[in-house]
Each structure stands twice: as C-alpha cells, then as structure tokens.
Design a protein around this ligand. Structure first.
Ligand SMILES: [Zn+2]
Ligand SMILES: [Zn+2]
Length: 244
C-alpha cells in the first residue's frame, strides 16, 4: 500500500477507510508543510501496531526524519524505537524517477509552492497512471508530468469565496494584495486547474486539497461550473474517505 502525504489525522483516516496499516510499504511526502507531514509518526505507529515488521520506505524532502522523531516523542510510546526502526528515509533532492519495482514506477517533478523541495508525483502502474499535483500554482512541469495520465489529482483554491471571506476581512490593501498573490501563485485558482487537465490531456480530474476548507459538498456545483468551462473530461470533487 502506498500513502501520499501524512497530514493531520492521516492514521485515523487510514483506519476509517478500512485499510490495513500494516500493509503500508511506501510513503511519499510532497513537501514540508504541516498539513502534509504532521502525523507521519502516527501513521508509522499504526503500521507497527497492526503488525508491520518489514521496512516502510519514505520518499521525502530532506528533513522528514525530524518530523518522525518529534511525532513519536509526542506519542510517548515505550516502543517508539521499534516504530522508528521501520522507517527507511530516502531524501529527495532532485526530480526524476524516484522509485521503481515490478509493479510501479514513481516519477517526481518540481512544482511551484514558494519553497524548496516541493514535488508532484506520478505513479505509473500496469493498469493505470495517477498523478498528484502536491501544493502548487500553475506549473508547466506539472502539466508535463501529468501528460496522458489516466487520473490527475490536483489541489484547488476557490478564489471567489476566498475574496469574499479571507481577503475581504483584511483592512490593509497591501495585505489583501499579498494574500491574493500567494493564493494564486503558490496555489492555483479553479480556472487554471481545468486548464492544466486539458493541456495534459488527462483521462479524469480529481479535485483535492480544496481551499477554503469550509467548502462543503453542497458547494460542489460552484467548483464544477468553473472546471467544466476549462476541461471537458470527467471531474470528481474529492472528499474524505472517497474511493475511486
Ligand atoms: Zn503547502
Ligand atoms: Zn497543503
């Protein structure tokens, strides 16, 4: 089993999804932000508690070892050393093919997130190919990575709602400008997500990491209205515990 990013409650979500944590073989971390890394210690602990004894290989930006150590220290489990021993960390310093076995090839590309070592990942398997954008603005390197993939899982910012809430709440025009700039360059507005999917000619677009978080499934049509104007393939608004 493969896990991509280990944010808050990742271990609990694996359990709620009915998945066996001891089957986790590989973890890929897109970048160094807490919403993508915070519970890596708990995920490893869950695998160990479920009986995992074989190594779990982790492909990540340099420094994930510290997050694992901190997470395990917070758990305060007497068996933390055994859990830690499961983790084999491979630090990613440049893009390209980062993992390959008989069933899967994993390729990374740098994306645009305003920090070093931020990656998109492509998983090529015998039956299908899936690409995860990571957190990113529009980036031609992500388009290239995703070219012809069966499924593209992409982040999105619903700017219209952000304008009415987060940005409107700021009095200072410069603060508003900076917030807008950040969310449209280090993240990506809805229109451009559709454009990426069209340019890469992917078979399906799955929206994930939806900002703002408050956007509920009742609001799916807001995103779909925009996305469908820019991409005419199948679109899925990703939600917690969804299976595809
Ligand atoms: Zn991020
Ligand atoms: Zn994020």
């Amino acid at each position: 089993m493969i896990v991509i990013d280990t944010g808050f409650n990742a271990a609990r979500q694996i359990a709620w999804a009915g998945l066996d944590a001891s089957a986790i073989d590989l973890i890929f971390i897109t970048h160094d932000h807490r919403d993508h890394t915070q519970h890596i210690g708990r995920v490893l602990h869950a695998a160990w508690a479920a009986g995992r004894s074989a190594p779990i290989h982790i492909y990540s930006y340099p420094g994930i070892g510290d997050v694992i150590d901190t997470g395990l220290a917070e758990l305060g489990d007497a068996d933390a050393a055994e859990v830690r021993a499961l983790a084999v960390v491979h630090e990613l310093s440049e893009p390209g093919v980062i993992y390959q076995d008989s069933g899967i090839k994993v390729t990374s590309a740098e994306n645009t997130h305003g920090r070093d070592y931020s990656y998109a990942f492509r998983f090529d398997m015998p039956d299908r190919s899936v690409v995860f954008s990571g957190d990113t603005g529009y980036d031609a390197r992500v388009v290239e990575l995703a070219r012809g993939a069966d499924v593209l899982v992409h982040e999105v910012v619903y700017m219209q709602l952000i304008e009415e809430t987060v940005i409107a709440a700021r009095d200072d025009p410069e603060a508003r400008r900076q917030m807008r700039q950040h969310l449209t360059t280090n993240h990506i507005p809805t229109e451009l997500v559709g454009q990426v999917a069209t340019e890469a000619a992917v078979g399906m677009l799955v929206i994930s990491h939806i900002v703002p978080l408050e956007l509920t499934s009742n609001d799916d049509h807001l995103l779909l209205d925009i996305l469908e104007r820019h991409y005419d393939g199948p679109i899925v608004i990703g939600r917690d515990l969804m299976r595809l």
